[in-house]
Design a protein around this ligand. Structure first.
Ligand code: HEM
Length: 447
């Protein structure tokens, strides 16, 4: 069996400041030095295995996925704020709910949401000021939240709709900020837990806000039930579907699932869109080709039109390779296991780096360059064993088709109307729970 190299504790400690600011160069250095798998013990009793090995990733996520659970980082730390929906649950509970929710994300279900989605996109993009320097993350963050809220949940009849959606967005973002603080400065947790701390600083405050969001979602559920209206949206589907034993999803579970979809479905997409816009702005030839495609007239309903935009799709796919918003994921081994010549001990933690795998020299030509045509239909298949922007196996992103259509539509609508130019020389990122863009400044000029 192969021995996995361990990064010496001293090396880890001496770089802790750098790791705190940006762990990705540290991951890279160690993958260069030790190969595709290494381990670190950040504190006594805790060992984390890092891997960008595609075979181990497939084994953990797909081939023997039943022997791996999500770690407490997702189930407990994130679950504390957003409950136990698909993203944060394990085992039986996850399996039953995935089965119920999955059909809402089939292509034919998404096709019915497209017109609603397009209306939200058009309204939000109207906020872009031509000629001004714009932080695109702010635009895309609002846009992605509203797209999830308004297209998965047809809320048109809700009184004070805009204020309620803004409030839900504010609350879910506050909870995420609080979680990041808890994880990044764990030694300050005792302080954040103080009741008397005001505003953003306190965990009790963030939890109270989450209660407010839960009440708000509960009122949406109740009024939908009372109205007897059938809108065909996700909420309708969940209210009327039953588990295998014939029972309905409880309201508590429904609220958890809705919160999870808001959180999982908006930040990732907003990050990806910010990177796409920047990469296009930095590559004028690619931008020109994508713009030509966006401005052609296509026939058919909206989804049919989007399928006729292969080059824009390739730009999106290549962006997700270079800047995968879910840049790592983790799993815990349930029972002792073996993958090829690697032992995976019971209770060992495995952190899979999609970011590193997507930039490996032995897997990709010119891995650091933006080359959308590498995803041309005749070539794309060759990457399927090591290209995982949406994860792999049964826990693969449930919203992947939704996200792809959403991003292609947004890029189309932007390029139809604007030319974009960069403000900064380089594309900066900030790895938090997701890989976020930093200072994503661009100039939009109306066409
Ligand atoms: C560019 C956009 C997106 C990216 C890159 C992305 C990425 C991912 C990845 C990598 C996972 C798997 C995590 C793991 O295995 O540990 C995941 C799970 C998930 N995603 Fe996405 N996602 C995106 C958009 C969305 C959207 C739009 C939604 C919903 C509206 C969504 C909902 C979810 C949910 C519910 C899960 C958990 C699935 C499960 O465990 O059964 N995501 N996502």
């Amino acid at each position: 069996m192969r021995k996995i190299d361990q990064v010496p504790a001293l090396t880890f400690l001496s770089k802790s400041r750098q790791i705190y600011k940006d762990p990705l160069p540290f991951h890279h250095e160690n993958f260069e030095k030790y190969g595709n798998t290494f381990k670190i013990s950040p504190k006594p009793g805790l060992m984390i295995h890092f891997t960008c090995d595609e075979k181990i990733a497939q084994y953990i996520l797909q081939k023997n996925q039943k022997n791996f659970n999500k770690s407490s980082l997702q189930t407990d730390d994130l679950g504390k704020y957003i409950g136990h929906g698909l993203l944060t649950a394990n085992g039986k509970q996850w399996r039953a709910n995935r089965k119920l929710i999955q059909p809402a994300f089939y292509k034919k279900s998404i096709a019915q949401l497209m017109d609603n989605m397009d209306a939200v996109i058009t309204a939000e993009l109207a906020h872009i000021k031509s000629g001004a320097t714009t932080d695109v993350y702010e635009i895309f963050n609002d846009l992605a939240f509203k797209v999830v809220a308004r297209s998965l949940f047809d809320l048109a009849d809700l009184p004070d709709l805009d204020q309620k959606i803004d409030r839900l967005q504010f609350i879910t973002e506050q909870a995420q900020k609080m979680l990041i603080k808890e994880l990044r400065v764990p030694w300050m947790k005792w302080y954040f837990e103080r009741e008397w701390l005001s505003g953003e600083k306190s965990i009790p405050h963030a939890l109270a806000l989450i209660e407010e969001a839960r009440d708000l979602i509960q009122s949406i559920i109740t009024s939908r039930r009372e109205s007897n209206k059938q809108t065909g949206d996700l909420l309708d589907m969940l209210l009327h579907s039953t588990y295998e034993d014939g029972t309905y999803m409880s309201d508590e579970q429904l609220i958890d699932e809705i919160l999870v979809l808001f959180v999982a479905g908006h930040e990732t997409t907003a990050n990806a869109l910010s990177f796409i816009a920047q990469l296009l702005a930095h590559h004028p030839e690619t931008l020109k080709k994508a713009t030509q495609e966006a401005r052609q007239i296509h026939k058919g309903d909206l989804m049919t039109q989007l399928i006729q935009l292969p080059y824009i799709k390739q730009c999106v796919e290549e962006t997700l390779r270079l800047y995968p918003p879910a840049y790592v994921t983790d799993r815990v081994t349930l029972e002792d296991d073996v993958c090829d010549d690697i032992v995976l001990d019971k209770d060992s933690i495995w952190l899979i780096s999609f970011y590193e795998m997507h930039r490996r020299h032995d897997l990709w030509e010119q891995p650091h360059d933006f080359i959308p045509q590498r995803f041309a239909p005749e070539k794309a298949k060759q990457y399927r064993d090591f290209y995982f922007p949406f994860g792999a196996g049964p826990r693969m992103c449930v919203g992947n088709n939704f996200a792809m259509f959403e991003m292609i539509l947004i890029v189309k609508r932007i390029l139809e109307q604007y030319t974009i130019t960069p403000v900064n020389d380089t594309i900066l990122y900030h790895p938090l729970i997701t890989l976020k863009p930093k200072e994503a400044l661009l100039k939009f000029e109306e066409h």
